[in-house]
Write a protein that binds this ligand. Sequence first.
Ligand code: BV8
Length: 241
Amino acid sequence: MQDRRSGNIVILTGAGISKESGIDTFRDADGLWNKVNIEDVATPEGFARNPAMVHDFYNERRRGLLGDNIRPNAAHAALARLEAEWPGEVLLVTQNIDNLHEAGGSKNLIHMHGEMFKARCEDCHAVHDWREDLSLQTHCPACEAPGGMRPHVVWFGEMPFDMDRIYAALSQCGLFLSIGTSGNVYPAAGFVQEAIFSARAHTVELNLEPSEGATLFAETDYGPATEIVPRYVDKLLAEGW
Ligand code: BV8
């Protein structure tokens, strides 16, 4: 069992942590997946069928993330403070493709579903930092080939990134903290069971409302992330879990 005041922590975040920064979630009433059909815009099949439509979908979201009004909130800042002040290892695994955790100061971070500000060439597989629109006319800066660029984002049916590193961290954590995710999407939604069975970790859910996996957590707190995450980080730093 890990020491509750210094053991390793794995944090999983979802769209809920960025909601108060002005970024839509996916499954709330005003969520993204209620406005577009997942199969059309977030699968490799959808991209193959209509790449221009998928580029438009991501170009609009990428432009939105570049707005001056989109900034990290108190929950992002609290997780960066935890990483800086906690005596043990803190690994932050996010399902989000925005860059608010980095902007909020987190460093030990995995974007398991990719990043909106990166683009990948399907011809040479080079990954580039990217803030402009993408289209079928976009040339790859590395191999010069046109038409092969796509968002460096994990679509449904594709393998999330860094899974080995994530499962290794889950098997050695004393605390698994899930924040702002509905627990609908796998393999992320299965991390809580992995932490319980492979590390006998203490598990905590911080969310606006109970997620699909709420009953699996030993401890829960519900409310807006900007309120409950800083409060929980203060408690963790003062007395452990
Ligand atoms: C995989 C990037 C194999 C794109 C995303 C058939 C065929 C193939 C696969 C499957 C299949 N059936 C099932 C699957 C598996 C599938 C899956 O889980 N489907 C679901 C729908 C059933 N998963 C996959 O395909 C994954 N790959 O399985 O590969 C494999 C298996 C095992 C191990 C390795 C590999 C790939 C999934 C990744 C898809 N890409 N995103 C993009 O962003 O455009 S997923 C998408 O949902 C989002 O990106 C997001 O990351 C993810 C999860 O959503 P949440 O973050 O939880 O957001 P949501 O809106 O749902 O919830 C928000 C929560 O916040 C709510 O609970 C709300 O109450 C709360 N909240 C709101 N406001 C606040 C708040 N909380 C706090 N404060 C607030 N203010």
